[in-house]
Design a binder for this molecule. Structure first.
Ligand SMILES: *Cc1c(COP(=O)(O)O)cnc(C)c1O
Length: 360
């Protein structure tokens, strides 16, 4: 919790005055950086995406988009063998996380999740005036046994987890869904880089919602397209609280085109996974602990040694990685898997930095 600014107007809700805003990763507006800090895909989206976007460049932009984004829902239903009624489209999956809390949580309700994880959950819980139950992961990043006992309205599990990259078995999530008091939300922003998915649970369980994003695996971070999958009665309620026109005409068309070219995504995911293996091995060779990653990033940790100086030295060399100044992560860097060339440049810079200033 932040100390309220002394100049924050008193007509702002106390819950908002008391909280920090979310700090997104740096998005340098000047070029020339090797950008390995916000888990974007180094490869371009399908060429069909560009064609779809170009087809939107007409005077039809004077018309509102389809409020339900049905072209996108239908493309997703076909791709994932579900129905339109199982799917809600979002302006990125961040929009869908906010929609879930808006629909499920009253002020004071409990929202539980294992930590460290995606820090936007803290921010959204703060905005809702809800109570975050932050349950520490065990050292192997398995599911913490106490999570179900939190009796939360909503339980978030990010899987693969950010920033650890680790994956929890879907059977464990199925078992968790039977024990939680409320809704289980599996945030699968990175799941295309993993070997399994909890998507099948939305047919089997009445209280599971799976969130996907087209930002990472489909290379569409700039388009803002997310998908929520859930039992139709849950999706119908979520739909009531979304902004009426939460996706633009361009996002709807781009998202549908990306889903239609699934092979393009799979090919890029395979390249990322191969680079990820090499990056993990080399980082271990440099003395880092790297949990096995099923995402498009790795967490590189040197227990007890602050990585801020390494992060800053990399930034001076115009390589951006993610550093978290928190007690649980100050000794780690989260590094996005870029192209092979980008990763080679990163590793060369890390070796050079280590040789000029050996860490204490
Ligand atoms: C990137 C990310 C999201 C949000 O993705 P958008 O679709 O770009 O909003 C959600 N959850 C996690 C864990 C992420 O890393």
């Amino acid at each position: 919790m932040a100390k309220p600014r002394t100049d924050s107007p008193t007509f702002i809700r106390p819950a908002i005055r008391a909280m920090d805003g979310y700090t997104p990763g740096e998005q340098p507006q000047a070029g020339g950086f090797i950008k390995l800090n916000t888990n974007e895909n180094p490869y371009p989206p399908s060429p069909r995406v560009r064609e779809a976007i170009e087809r939107c460049a007409t005077d039809d932009v004077r018309l509102y988009p389809d409020p339900l984004a049905n072209a996108l829902r239908d493309a997703a239903a076909a791709r994932y063998d579900l129905t339109r009624e199982h799917i809600l489209a979002g302006n990125g999956s961040d929009d869908l996380l906010a929609i879930v809390l808006r629909a499920c949580v009253d002020p004071g309700d409990r929202v539980a999740y294992p930590v460290p994880t995606y820090t936007l959950y803290d921010t959204l819980v703060g905005i809702a005036g809800a109570l975050a139950v932050r349950v520490p992961f065990p050292t192997d990043f398995g599911l913490p046994p106490q999570l179900a006992a939190a009796q939360a309205r909503v339980t978030f599990v990010c899987n693969p987890n950010a920033p650890s990259g680790t994956f929890i078995a879907v059977d464990d999530l199925a078992a968790l869904s039977e024990r939680v008091a409320g809704l289980l939300v599996v945030d699968e922003a990175y799941v295309d880089f993993a070997t399994d998915s909890a998507l099948r649970l939305v047919r089997q369980r009445p209280n599971v919602v799976v969130l996907r994003s087209l930002s990472k695996s489909f290379s569409l971070a700039g388009m803002r397209v997310g998908l929520a999958f859930g039992p139709p009665p849950v999706i119908a309620e979520l739909c009531k609280v979304k902004d009426s026109y939460n996706l633009s005409r361009v996002s709807i068309a781009a998202g549908a085109a990306a889903l239609a070219d699934y092979d393009n995504m799979r090919a890029h995911v395979r390249r990322v996974a191969s680079t990820r293996g090499r990056l993990s091995d080399r980082l271990r060779g440099l003395g880092y602990e790297v949990p096995p990653s099923q995402a498009n990033f790795v967490l590189a940790r040197r227990p007890g040694r602050d990585q801020r100086a390494i992060y800053e030295a990399l930034k001076e060399r115009r390589i951006l990685v993610r550093y978290f100044a928190t007690p649980d992560l100050y000794d780690a860097l989260r590094i996005t898997v870029g192209t092979d060339d980008e990763v080679d440049a990163l590793l060369a810079a890390m070796r050079a930095i280590a040789s000029t200033a050996p860490p204490p």
